[in-house]
Design a protein around this ligand. Structure first.
Ligand SMILES: Nc1ncnc2c1ncn2[C@@H]1O[C@@H]2COP(=O)(O)O[C@H]2[C@H]1O
Ligand SMILES: [Zn+2]
Length: 387
C-alpha cells in the first residue's frame, strides 16, 4: 500500500508506492541516532532523540503536519505538487462529485506545475505543494470539515495549488520600481496576487477541466478563487487579522453563512501561505533559508540596477536570524494565535508550539556567533567597475 492513502486505507491508482523508501529512511534515522548518542553529552540525548523521532514520524504522510515536502519532492522526482494535488482530488472524492475528466484534470495540474519557476529559491512548485498540504490539514479540522461544501473544499485546494502561479521571484515593490508591465496592468495594486489568480483562471480555461460546469457553479467558483488568492497579499494582513480577532473574540463566525465560510477559507489560505515557521525545525529552517535566498537575490539585483535596496532584501545589513524572529513576532504568531483560539485543536496547538520552539532556536543561533549563517561574498554581485 502506498503512503498516500485515504482514511479508508485504499490508495489512489495514480499515486506512487514509496513505503520501501520510507522504511529505508527510518533505518537511516536509527543509525544516525545511534551515532548521535555516542557523540552527545548525556543530558542532551533524551531531548534530542525525542525531537528527532517526533519530526521524522509521519514525514511522508500527507495527512500529517510533520509531512516533509522536500523529501516527498525528491521521491517524486520533483513532482510533489502534481502528486499531492491529484491525490487530494481523489481523497475528497471531487472527481466523482464534479464529474471531472481525469485527463483534463491531470493536464490542469501539470500546467500549473510548469507555471511555477523552478529557478526561484522559494516561490516555486514546492512552496505551492507545501501550502496545498497545509490547506489539506486545515480542511480536516473539525469546524471546517463539517461545514464546508465539496465546491468550497475544491476551491480551497485549487487556490492553494495556484496561489503563487508564475511568481517572478521578486516582490511588488520591485515590479513597480522597474516599471514592469504587470505593475501597469494592475495599477500597482496587489500586482502579484492579481497576476496569480488571472494566470490560474487562464489555465482552468486552457485545460477545460471545469468547462462542463453550468454558469452559476462556474461563477461561484471563479469568485471564491479570486477572493482567496487576493487575500494572500501580505500587505493586507492587518485588515484580515483585525476582522478575524473580532469574530473570534465575539464568537460571531457563523459557519452556516457562505460569506463567513469564505472568510475563514481566506484566513486558512493565509495561514497555509505563512505556515513554514510552524513546521518542525528542520523543514522550517530550510524554508527560512530559501525565502531569504530569494529576498537577497532581489536585493542584489536592486544594487546592481542602482535602485534603493529593499531593507529585508539587503544581505549586507539583514541577518536570516533577525528576519525570522521579526517575521514570527509580527506576522506569524499573531495570526496563528487567533487560528488556535478559533479551532482549539491539537493541530493548531502543535503549530503554535513549533513557532515558539523555532523562534527560540533562531534566538539561540543569533546569540551564538559560531552557529550563525555565513554571509555570501558581497563582491559576487558587484559590477566590475565597483570592484
Ligand atoms: N520564513 C519566512 N520569513 C520571511 N518572510 C516569509 C517567510 N515565509 C513567508 N514569508 C513572506 O510571506 C509572504 C506570504 O506570501 P508569499 O508566499 O507571496 O510571499 C511570502 C514571503 O514574502
Ligand atoms: Zn505563497
Amino acid at each position: 500500500m502506498g503512503i498516500i492513502t485515504n482514511d479508508r486505507g485504499s490508495s489512489s491508482a495514480l499515486t506512487i508506492d514509496i513505503l520501501p523508501i520510507l522504511r529505508w529512511q527510518n533505518s537511516k534515522t536509527r543509525n544516525q541516532l545511534k551515532r548521535d548518542k555516542e557523540r552527545l553529552p548525556d543530558e542532551k540525548i533524551c531531548d534530542h532523540l525525542t525531537k528527532m523521532l517526533d519530526t521524522r514520524k509521519n514525514a511522508l504522510d500527507v495527512n500529517d503536519w510533520n509531512f516533509d515536502v522536500f523529501a516527498f519532492n525528491r521521491l517524486t522526482n520533483g513532482r510533489a505538487l502534481f502528486h499531492i494535488s491529484l491525490h487530494l482530488f481523489y481523497e475528497y472524492n471531487l472527481i466523482e462529485i464534479f464529474k471531472l475528466d481525469i485527463v483534463k484534470l491531470m493536464r490542469f495540474i501539470s500546467l500549473v506545475e510548469e507555471g511555477y519557476h523552478s529557478s526561484n529559491p522559494y516561490h516555486n512548485a514546492v512552496h505551492a505543494a507545501d501550502v496545498t498540504q497545509a490547506m489539506h490539514c486545515y480542511l480536516r479540522e473539525r469546524k471546517l470539515d463539517k461545514a464546508l461544501s465539496p465546491l468550497e473544499k475544491m476551491t480551497a485546494i485549487v487556490s492553494a495549488i495556484t496561489h503563487d502561479l508564475d511568481h517572478p521571484g521578486v516582490n511588488q515593490a520591485f515590479l513597480i520600481a522597474t516599471s514592469n508591465h504587470l505593475a501597469t496592468l494592475y495599477n500597482n495594486c496587489s500586482v502579484l496576487e492579481n497576476h496569480h489568480w488571472r494566470s490560474a483562471l487562464g489555465l482552468l480555461h486552457e485545460s477545460g477541466v471545469f468547462e462542463h460546469f453550468d454558469r452559476s457553479l462556474w461563477k461561484t467558483m471563479e469568485w471564491q478563487l479570486k477572493s482567496l488568492i487576493l487575500a494572500t497579499d501580505i500587505s493586507k494582513q492587518n485588515g484580515f487579522l483585525d476582522q478575524f480577532k473580532v469574530h473570534v473574540k465575539e464568537n460571531t463566525l457563523n459557519m452556516d453563512d457562505p460569506k463567513h465560510r469564505n472568510f475563514i477559507l481566506q484566513i486558512a489560505l493565509k495561514c497555509a501561505d505563512v505556515c513554514n515557521p510552524g513546521r518542525p525545525w528542520t523543514t522550517s529552517k530550510r524554508w527560512s533559508e530559501l525565502v531569504c535566498d530569494e529576498f537577497f537575490k532581489q536585493g542584489d539585483r536592486e544594487r546592481q540596477m542602482r535602485l534603493p535596496v529593499t531593507q529585508c532584501c539587503d544581505r549586507l545589513t539583514t541577518s536570516i536570524e533577525k528576519m525570522q524572529i521579526g517575521f514570527m513576532n509580527f506576522v506569524v504568531m499573531p495570526l496563528f494565535t487567533e487560528w488556535h483560539r478559533f479551532h482549539l485543536s491539537s493541530l493548531s496547538e502543535t503549530i503554535l508550539l513549533n513557532i515558539e520552539s523555532n523562534q527560540k532556536n533562531w534566538q539561540e543561533i543569533l546569540l551564538d556567533p559560531k552557529m550563525q549563517t555565513t554571509k555570501p561574498e558581497p563582491n559576487s554581485f558587484t559590477s566590475k567597475s565597483e570592484e
